[in-house]
Design a protein around this ligand. Sequence first.
Ligand code: HSE
Length: 433
Amino acid sequence: MKDVSVGICGLGTVGGGTFNVLGRNASIIAGRAGCRIRVGRVASRTPRSDMDLGAIPFTTDVFDVVNDPDIDIVVELVGGEGVAKDLVMAAIAQGKHVVTANKALIAVHGNEIFAAAAAKGVMVAFEAGVAGGIPVIKAIREGMAANRIDWMAGIINGTGNYILTEMRAGREFAEVLREAQALGYAEADPTFDVEGIDAAHKLTILASTGFGVPLKFEQAYTEGISAITPFDIAHAEQLGYRIKHLGVARRREDGIELRVHPTLVPQSHLIAQVDGVLNAVLVDGDAVGQTMYYGPGAGAEATASAVIADIVDVARSVVSGSGQTVPFLGFVDSALEDLPVLSMDDVQSAYYLRIQAFDRPGVLAKVASILSEHGINIESIMQKESELTDGRIPVIILTHTVQERQMNCAIDDLEALTDIDGRVVRIRAENFQ
Ligand code: HSE
């Protein structure tokens, strides 16, 4: 059996997990790859005294891995867009294949990286960048190759989902975030998790793989969960909904929707049951219908599982010598369509609104009248005397589907009412049609 040599760059959570699983499951992995996967070199800025690397050469300079002629596959687990990008571009320039778990790198620089890799005839694989251990990229790229994919929606940040799940039990946002960091789920900068940037990176990659469009991260709409309150979580529950932080991508005739925001989902939908650090991605294909991929979205060995799946793919191609690779985004370049990313004004959604109203006669009538003037149909309305404090009472409204442009105008008019205190809280709702 031949050897394929990998160089692991980065020994953090995912790097450590990858090293450990490659060692523990070496014979199973070799049986699947048709070759032995040998770790030829390991590089990490910070050595890990808790790991036994045996006789494997260790270096603190990741570029030593790229410059090692013995290495066939560079496994980039450094993270970020600085050194990681230089490392990946240097590996490609040297004709080495790349496996990465770095969603920011692919979402932001993927078009450039793929062009360089295509010119060199090397593979760049990034399964672990999206939804951790769930093999959703392979499911879309290979398993759904027959389908026109119309939309995708997913819980694609484990940290955010963990926080929202724990907040349902009344825990504080900051305390749960600290716990998620300690468990190794959160990004180096956790605002990436809670403000939806990490999810937008992953959604960008999903949309490109599903729809065959170039990566357009900078045009994704991103709204985080840091403003979500236990009050809204509890009231959404009373209306039969759960608040999830969703990434939604939809392909329309006029362009694609690319958006990450807190979303009310029906409690009866399977995705509402996805709790904790778990992720789930719904993918709707015209032939297969609605499918859902579910599993751990973060964590050392869960993410290592996806990294190693990519190593196996690349190793198979290396040993076969066929040079045969799947297109990076699942579509050959000439089939990619440069569709525009649509403005949020053009998105349609139902809405949860929370209005802090002064407890005066006629307020509800004024609110209803403004919504009606903008063609917005109310599905339900809730106001409880027991929630009256300091003369103000929250009014919770669930609307039917409406264009966001209309909703924005209605909210402007609502906020101009003297019967309303402060801003209107608005959360979109999704029914997955
Ligand atoms: N911080 C990410 C998350 C890690 O919580 O989902 C996996 O990408």
